[in-house]
Design a protein around this ligand. Structure first.
Ligand SMILES: Cc1ncc(COP(=O)(O)O)c(C=O)c1O
Length: 412
């Protein structure tokens, strides 16, 4: 009987544990947060400035969200105990879908129990072996997993490079029945955004569908938090498939697709992650409904997350940190280019009260290992400037450099 330790995936875990042992590092993964986490977290009985949670507008802390979830539990219980297709449909599901389709100005919307499963299930249902998927090389794992499962030909294009997409479409599009282009509204590892108008122009010219994953864009981009369409001044109807998650700004769990009625019909009756999976629990659905409502009446929260993101990015730049492509929209990586260094840096800043997690290969390309900071509307300027300063200081110490002050760039 072979051992599971022979699996290549297990060998890479062992290698990681060896590093941990070698450098006497605390494991940054699977940290237990002992309370509700947002701009702050309680870990091991100690309070931290927290940059590892994507509660972008602080709605997981909002009393109305918790109250809506409790009311839904009282009425519907903690589970809907069936797929929605059979006995799991509740009024709150329809309410959330109606709100989401109104939010995106689309004909309909559908929610799934998991954001990851939304991409896997929707993409693998929409396209098949005769089709082709063009995807940004930095697209989330859930999208490429869905594309692989579909059996469609997969072609990646250079990150955020419409010209490269165009050349690949010119090369491969006509040999396939349907073509699907996958991009994100706000890239979760890098914090940059696409030129949506360019992607729309190209997809129209080549007769391809454009699917935008708004997991991180919702509530963060655009003056009123309507995401990348608002950020770019584009009618959301120009995009064929809006996808997003309920786990970030909407402080719940699950995912959604919004678009034309026929698209939603196909997913509702054919996508396995919807048909053969339980419906979203009513409390999680009610929390998302309430969060969406609060988002729409709280432009000041959106303005705060945007101002905080810009401020943190500026602080990092002032300290000469490498923030890669980040445009300061709530996702700011500090790229160190080495997995062990990223893990050691995480450990050092954690000891100084800053919780931000390392993102290492294969989640990001080789030599672009980083510590990623999620910024929320609830962080204070003190927390943000402290985190940037401590990151600089600890990076210098790890590199055996002297005072970070010598490396400060003049502001402005
Ligand atoms: C861009 C993107 N899409 C999809 C997902 C999956 O969403 P969830 O974690 O809610 O399952 C994530 C997760 O963080 C994500 O970053």
């Amino acid at each position: 009987m072979p051992s599971f330790s022979e699996l290549a995936s297990h060998r890479s875990i062992s290698k990681y544990r060896d590093y941990q042992e070698m450098f006497k590092l605390q494991d940054p993964f699977f940290q237990v947060h002992e309370q509700r986490s947002g701009a702050e977290a309680m870990i091991g009985g100690r309070g931290y400035a927290n940059f590892a949670s994507y509660d972008y507008l602080g709605l997981n802390q909002h009393p109305e969200v918790g109250a809506a979830a409790i009311a839904a539990i009282k009425k519907f219980g903690t589970s809907v105990s069936a797929s929605r297709l059979v006995a799991g449909e509740r009024p709150v599901h329809r309410e959330l879908e109606a709100e989401l389709s109104q939010f995106y100005d689309t004909e309909d919307a559908l929610v799934y129990v998991s954001g990851h499963a939304t991409n896997v299930s929707a993409i693998s249902t929409i396209v098949g072996p005769k089709d082709i998927v063009f995807y940004d090389e930095f697209i989330h794992n859930s999208a490429t997993t869905g594309a692989k499962l579909s059996g469609a030909k997969m072609v990646s294009f250079v990150h955020n490079d419409p010209a490269d997409l165009e050349s690949k479409l010119a090369l491969y599009r006509e040999d396939h029945k349907f073509a699907l282009i996958l991009i994100e509204g706000l890239y979760s590892m890098d914090g940059d955004v696409p030129d949506l108008a360019r992607f729309i122009e190209i997809k129209q010219r080549f007769g391809a569908w454009l699917m935008v994953d708004e997991a991180h864009g919702l509530g963060v981009l655009g003056e009123s938090g309507h995401g990348i369409a608002e950020h770019c001044g584009i009618d959301p109807n120009e995009v064929d498939i809006w996808m997003g998650t309920l786990s970030k700004t909407l402080s719940s769990c699950g995912g959604y697709v919004a678009g034309r009625r026929e698209l939603i019909d196909v997913l509702k009756y054919q996508s396995p992650g919807f048909v053969y999976s339980v419906g979203m629990p009513a409390p999680a659905t009610a929390a998302a409904v309430k969060s969406l409502e609060i988002l729409q009446r709280s432009p000041e929260r959106v303005a705060r997350v945007q101002a905080n993101g810009r401020y943190f990015l500026a602080q990092c730049k002032e300290h000469g940190l490498d923030t890669g492509l980040s445009e300061g929209h709530a996702v700011v990586p500090v790229i160190v280019g080495d997995a062990v260094l990223a893990i050691r840096l995480t450990d050092r800043i954690f000891k100084r009260g800053v919780n931000a997690l390392p993102i290492i290969y294969p989640a990001v390309p080789l030599k672009s290992d980083r510590v990623r900071f999620f910024i929320t509307s609830e962080h204070t300027q003190e927390q943000l400037s402290y985190a940037a300063r401590v990151t600089r200081e600890e990076l210098d110490r790890l590199a055996g450099k002297g005072s970070h002050e010598k490396r400060l760039r003049p502001a402005g």
